[in-house]
Design a protein around this ligand. Sequence first.
Ligand code: SF4
Length: 62
Amino acid sequence: MKVKVIEENCAGEGFCVEEAPGVFEIVDGVAIVKVDEVPADMEDAVRSACEGCPTAAIEIED
Ligand code: SF4
């Protein structure tokens, strides 16, 4: 699984970091993805972050 953040849509409040801190990080007020490939044990957390992102800024690419 790959995931990306649409930076212009990100509100930067960090919900995704709380859900999947190994995958997302806030840099200069915007979430970034720290990994090229989401580890298998983080996939559920990334899906949860995607579903819970208040601005729908997270896109999952299988
Ligand atoms: S949950 Fe969405 S809006 Fe919030 S920091 Fe993460 S990508 Fe940005």
